[in-house]
Write a protein that binds this ligand. Structure first.
Ligand code: LAG
Ligand code: CA
Length: 470
């Protein structure tokens, strides 16, 4: 009942974390379309709490007040304008939807869209939800109503996640309200949803909600009968009651073990071939949704690579896009020095515009990893590689090279100069190296071999693909 991304063969999305709708619309037009991006994951567009006393932390967006499209990223008109402008240039919008819970207990007042709410009495008139719409405390096995024991599925799904009022998706009214929110977004023209905290909801309930969700909008250019692209956030590092495979019928599933495995591989090339470890229960190829880091673990998990790791990080992202496992998302961050820190803003909770420097990089505290030179060229490679598998694998201590069927060839070298012949698996011809934007040419001989040169001062990759013939 779900489809993969419908993107005319484009396969990479970027999370423009905390960007405003007006900036995302501009980025679709000025950069993402030409670079071959399938789509953008946007921050939750619905009404959320405001925490001026805590400096407007980013996680306000994960405490819903209602499903009105009034958030720190902009209002409904701006959201609609973004969706239609991105669709017009072939870049799709994927919405981060938060429906496991509403705000934390103890929170009350007025949300970003002007709705009143009081979590203490479970009152959210902006939806409306009342006390009957939250998981009955009798269903939560923990003594204080919170989640502590991750070996107990009932506790993980029926109790409060870090004090957040837990919606009862077992109730049809709640399912209808959630589906109504998703259907409103679909009618505006979005392609799909990143579902927050799916681990904390019963797959059977999510399945019913998905069954209430409409096909994608033909007005927005989707073929009739297209189902939304769903991916579910399920943190499964093994050893807990809940595992990724419970969600395969519902869409793709986040694979957090990939974040750790790619870091290991970047520091030890002998491990790069093992970023997918089926023996660990990792998501299958068809179900995996992968990323080097996300907005949570970049600030909470010291064992993942982030933009702060510079070259090691871009190596990890480029390799991720070159290899064949999973549907890939690029993280696009803002700089932060403490984990709660909100996006660049004026101090009154108004997010700043993203500034673009003359050299194409971002300024004003926006990192824009997706614009880093070698990363930005790789969606084109991944699109050309399509659903082919790795082939002609070569690995030694400092070099890894492989083809993607006969569609593409990739090499990474991190240790000085490389000047070596490889089997590329590709038809003979002269190809432009997309990493150097065609400054370098690779000649594939009639037997498929090619001499590959990577100088130590280069970005340490060569990437050629069908369509890059010079
Ligand atoms: C997610 N996925 O399952 C998001 O990716 C993650 O960013 C969300 O947590 C979480 N689930 C709930 O949607 C974030 C922050 C939390 C924050 C929460 C709600 O990582 O730190 O909790 O959003 O805003 C905050 C405070 C807690 C407090 C809670 C309730 O940090 O101390 O208990 O609010 O008031
Ligand atoms: Ca729950």
């Amino acid at each position: 009942q779900y489809h993969d991304a419908f993107c005319d063969g484009k396969t990479v999305i970027v999370h423009l974390f905390e960007w405003k709708w007006s900036d995302i619309a501009a980025e679709c037009e000025r950069f993402l379309s030409a670079a071959g991006f399938c789509g953008v994951q946007v921050s939750p567009p619905n009404e959320h709490i405001l925490k001026p006393d805590e400096g407007y932390p980013w996680w306000e967006r994960y405490q819903p007040v209602s499903y009105k499209l009034e958030s720190r990223s902009g209002n409904e008109d701006e959201f609609r304008d973004m969706v239609s402008r991105c669709n017009a240039v072939g870049v799709r919008i994927i919405v981060d939807v938060v429906f496991n819970h509403m705000t934390g207990v103890g929170q009350s007042g007025t949300g970003s869209g002007g709705s009143s709410f009081d979590a203490n009495s479970l009152s959210f008139p902006g939806v409306p939800y009342g006390s009957n719409d939250f998981t009955p405390s009798s269903m939560c096995p923990s003594s204080d109503g919170g989640i502590h024991d991750y070996n107990n599925a009932e506790e993980v799904r029926n109790c409060y996640l870090t004090g957040l009022t837990d919606l009862y998706q077992g109730e049809d009214y709640v399912r209808q309200e959630i589906a109504g929110y998703l259907n409103n977004l679909i009618s505006i023209g979005v392609m799909g949803f990143r579902v927050d905290a799916s681990k904390h909801m019963w797959p059977g309930d999510i399945s019913i909600i998905e069954s209430y969700v409409n096909d994608l909008s033909t007005d927005a250019g989707f073929p009739s009968g297209s189902r939304p692209f769903f991916y579910h956030e399920v943190i499964d590092n093994g050893g807990e009651a809940i595992s990724v495979d419970e969600y395969y019928d519902l869409g793709r599933v986040t694979e957090f073990r990939y974040c750790h495995n790619i870091r290991t591989g970047i520091y030890d090339f002998s491990q790069l071939g093992a970023v997918y470890r089926p023996e660990d229960g990792m998501c299958t190829y068809e179900n995996a949704f992968i990323f080097v880091d996300n907005h949570d673990n970049q600030r909470s998990d010291s064992s993942v690579l982030t933009y702060k790791n510079g070259r090691d990080y871009s190596n990890a992202v480029v390799y991720t896009l070159a290899q064949d496992y999973g549907f890939a998302r690029i993280m696009s961050s803002y700089d932060f020095s403490y984990s709660d820190q909100g996006p660049p803003s004026d101090g009154s909770g108004n997010t700043n515009d993203v500034t673009i420097n003359a050299d194409g990089s971002c300024g004003g505290g926006w990192i824009c990893e997706h614009r880093w030179a070698s990363i930005s060229r790789m969606p084109r490679f991944r699109n050309a590689a399509g659903d082919t598998y790795k082939d002609n694998w070569y690995s030694d201590g400092s070099t890894v090279a492989f083809s993607r069927g006969s569609n593409a060839f990739f090499a990474i070298n991190v240790d000085g100069n490389l000047n070596q012949n490889f089997q590329t698996g590709m038809p003979a011809g002269d190809y432009c190296d997309i990493i150097t934007n065609c400054a370098k040419t690779v000649t594939v001989n009639s037997d498929g071999t090619a001499n590959i040169v990577i100088d130590s001062y280069d970005d340490p990759f060569v990437a050629i693909c069908q369509g890059s013939k010079g």
